[in-house]
Design a protein around this ligand. Structure first.
Ligand code: NDP
Length: 263
C-alpha cells in the first residue's frame, strides 16, 4: 500500500536535487542565478515550491545553484547566439515567471579609456539583455495562466551616482523597458514590473570596505544598513503571485529608505 502511495506521489510530483515540487507548480526562469541576488531568488522560489530554471554564464559555476535545482541553463545575455539557443531549448517548456536579474557594474568616468567598454557592456547586460530574454521567454509565458515578468533595475534608475554613468543609463533603460512592455503585453494579461534594490550585500558591492559601507548606510539610508539578497527576493515574490494580477508597470523600491531621505 505504501509503495503504491509512493508511486502515485512520484507521478504527481517531481523531485529535483533532493527537493520535491508539485508537478503543476509555477515555473520561474531566473537569469544570473549562480550567485548574489539571483541565487537567492532561486533559493526563495524553490523554498516556496516553484520549479526553478536558473541560467548561468559559466556552466562550471553551478555548485550552489545545483543544490536548489538541476534545471540549469547556460546563457550569456550579451551573446545573441546564446540567447537564441536558450529560446530554442525553452520551446514547449512552460514558464510562468521571468526574472531578468543578470547585471554588471563597470565604474568609469566619461573621459576614461574604458568608458566605451563600460557603456557597451552595461547596456548589453542590463538593458538589451532584458528585452532579449523577454523575447526568448514570451512563447512560454503566453501559455501561463498568470504570466509575470520582473526586471531587476536599481535605485540608479531613480537617480545617479558619480562614475557609474553607463550603469545608471542601463538601469533607467530597464525601468523604461518595464513600462513599455507593461503597456505592450498588458492586453495579454502579462504583468511587467521592476524592482529597484538599494545597497545590497553581494559580490557587486563587496569591493567596498566594511567601514565605508557602514558610513554610507548610516548617512544615506533610513534603516542605516545595507540590505541582504533575501530581502530583495522576498519583496519580489509579492509581485509574481497570481493575486498580484493588477500590478503592472510598477516600481518596487527595496532600498532601506535611501531614495526618500533628504538629510
Ligand atoms: P552579482 O555580481 O553578485 O551577480 C551578477 C549576476 O549577473 C551573476 O550571476 C553574473 O554571472 C550575472 N551576469 C553578469 N554578466 C552576465 C552576462 N553577460 N550573461 C549572463 N549573466 C551575467 O550581483 P547582484 O546579485 O548584486 O546583482 C543582481 C542584480 O541586482 C543586478 O541586475 C544588479 O544590477 C542589481 N542590483 C544590485 C545591487 C546591489 O547592491 N548588489 C543594487 C541594485 C541593483 P557571472 O557569475 O558569470 O558573472
Amino acid at each position: 500500500m505504501m509503495r503504491i502511495l509512493a508511486l502515485v506521489l512520484s507521478v504527481l510530483t517531481g523531485s529535483i536535487a533532493g527537493m520535491t515540487y508539485a508537478a503543476d507548480a509555477p515555473t520561474v526562469l531566473i537569469t544570473g542565478a549562480n550567485r548574489g541576488i539571483g541565487l537567492e531568488y532561486a533559493r526563495q522560489f524553490a523554498a516556496k515550491g516553484y520549479q526553478v530554471i536558473g541560467t548561468v554564464r559559466d556552466p562550471s559555476d553551478t555548485k550552489e545553484l545545483s543544490a536548489v535545482t538541476q534545471r540549469v541553463e547556460q546563457l550569456d545575455v550579451t551573446d545573441a547566439a546564446s540567447v537564441a539557443a536558450l529560446a530554442g531549448r525553452l520551446h514547449g517548456v512552460p514558464i510562468d515567471i521571468l526574472v531578468n536579474n543578470a547585471g554588471i557594474v563597470m565604474p568609469s568616468t566619461v573621459d576614461a579609456d574604458n568608458f566605451a567598454e563600460s557603456w557597451d557592456m552595461s547596456l548589453a547586460v542590463m538593458a538589451g539583455a532584458q528585452a532579449w530574454a523577454i523575447r526568448a521567454a514570451l512563447p512560454s509565458l503566453r501559455r501561463s495562466p498568470h504570466p509575470r515578468i520582473v526586471n531587476i533595475a536599481s535605485t540608479e534608475a531613480l537617480g545617479a551616482t558619480r562614475y557609474i554613468s553607463a550603469y545608471t543609463v542601463a538601469k533607467h533603460a530597464s525601468m523604461g523597458l518595464t513600462r513599455a512592455m507593461a503597456v505592450e503585453l498588458g492586453a495579454e494579461g502579462i504583468t511587467v514590473n521592476c524592482v529597484c534594490p538599494g545597497p545590497i550585500r553581494t559580490a557587486m558591492t563587496q569591493r567596498t570596505p566594511e567601514e565605508d559601507k557602514l558610513v554610507f548606510a548610516k548617512r544615506r539610508t533610513v534603516l542605516r544598513r545595507y540590505g541582504e539578497p533575501e530581502e530583495v527576493a522576498h519583496a519580489t515574490l509579492s509581485l509574481v503571485l497570481p493575486a498580484a494580477g493588477f500590478i503592472t508597470g510598477a516600481t518596487l523600491v527595496v532600498d532601506g529608505g535611501l531614495t526618500i531621505r533628504n538629510a
